[in-house]
Design a protein around this ligand. Structure first.
Ligand SMILES: Nc1ncnc2c1ncn2[C@@H]1O[C@H](COP(=O)(O)OP(=O)(O)OP(=O)(O)O)[C@@H](O)[C@H]1O
Length: 328
């Protein structure tokens, strides 16, 4: 479980993360959404102790990251596949991580098997494709067999097979009772993967709810009807006091009535229907609706704010030795 309480991060007078309070629970995939610049990466970096909050706190299974004894055994993360030292073989890369966290070497073979890299374990990661690099990053995240896993944009640049694989991996890990927290810009992918959603905009919490409720609450649902007898259908609707609007294609859009009721109404009036379909917005439409106001830079809008030079970021994992060394 990951618990955020009043988490705030300011860079000068810019508030990147603004008083975030939420809990990421085990057993489900929780999606982390927000427009560009909303503060997702900053939040994830603070969760991994790569950045200090200005105020507020983060608890990983009840403890601060620094209090975790061998953090890799509690929380694993895929931030950027590029962080891998290209000169090493996949096996050696993982072995170094394992050794610095006192994880037995046999676990390296296990994770290579899980991510499907066993056949190329002795190859240098320099020659790896993007998909192989992602798999290696995931192998590193799984190394300590942690109960909590975080993935920042895990499917970026992957082919459909790779996307499918990561989706099933995350769902499988959640089904084992682990806590899975994942950010992605690909709404259609998120809709297939996540059961719960945390949505932020301009650093603030905008939604903390199930996927189904998020879509229902932030979009319009209606029944779409096409008929070759629109005038008669209009009369039938009017007689039943049902209000409809007609779209550009001449189809009826009816809110507040179930499709069964509309179908029965048409049957009673002996009307032919060519379409009778309940319409539910996609996650993307619901997301756009909710976050329209909080998008930092619209297309064609103002350029990035001046003076926002981002400091080079420490890599996650760089401090593993220090932490375990200090507290071992
Ligand atoms: N080191 C830094 N110094 C100054 N400003 C920063 C720094 N890091 C992030 N910011 C600013 O904080 C805000 C949040 O950035 P962050 O990268 O966390 O957003 P994000 O939701 O991950 O965006 P994206 O989806 O584009 O990756 C942005 O306005 C960004 O410019």
């Amino acid at each position: 479980m990951i618990e955020l309480q009043g988490l705030t991060k300011r860079y000068g007078d810019k508030t990147a993360v603004d008083d975030l309070t939420f809990t990421v629970r085990p057993g489900v995939v929780t999606g982390f959404l927000g427009p560009n610049g909303a503060g997702k990466s900053t939040t994830m970096r603070m969760m991994l102790d790569l950045d200090n909050p200005t105020s507020g706190s983060i608890r990983i299974d009840g403890k601060h990251y620094r209090e975790l004894h061998e953090p890799l055994k509690h929380i694993g993360a895929l931030l950027e596949a590029k962080a891998i030292h290209g000169g090493r073989t996949a096996y050696n890369h993982l072995l170094c991580l394992a050794q610095s966290n006192r994880i037995p070497a046999r676990r390296v073979d296990e994770v290579l098997e899980i991510v499907g890299l066993a056949p190329v374990a002795k190859k240098r990661s320099k020659g790896f494709s993007l998909g192989m690099g992602q798999r290696l990053g995931i192998a590193a995240a799984l190394l300590g067999d942690p109960e909590i896993l975080m993935f920042d944009e895990p499917v970026n640049g992957l082919d459909p097979e790779g996307i499918h694989w990561i989706r099933n991996l995350m769902k499988g890990l959640a089904a084992q009772g682990r806590t899975i927290f994942v950010s992605s810009h690909l709404m259609s992918e998120m809709a297939l993967t996540a059961e719960h959603l945390i949505v932020i905009g301009r650093g603030k919490l905008m939604a903390d709810t199930t996927m189904a409720d998020f879509i229902a609450e932030n979009s319009r649902s209606y029944v779409r009807v096409r008929t070759p007898e629109p005038e008669k259908f209009k009369d039938a609707l009017a007689a039943a006091s049902i209000i409809a609007v007609i779209d550009d294609e001449g189809a009826f859009e009816i809110e507040g009535a179930e499709s069964a009721k509309i179908g029965e109404l048409a049957a009673r009036n002996q009307l032919v229907l060519h379409e009778l379909s309940p319409q539910q917005a996609s996650l993307e439409q619901a997301f756009m609706q909710l976050t329209a106001e909080s998008v930092e830079y619209h297309a064609g809008g103002p350029a990035a704010e001046a003076g926002e030079a981002a400091a080079p970021a420490p890599q996650w994992g760089a401090a593993w030795n220090t932490h375990t060394g200090k507290e071992a």
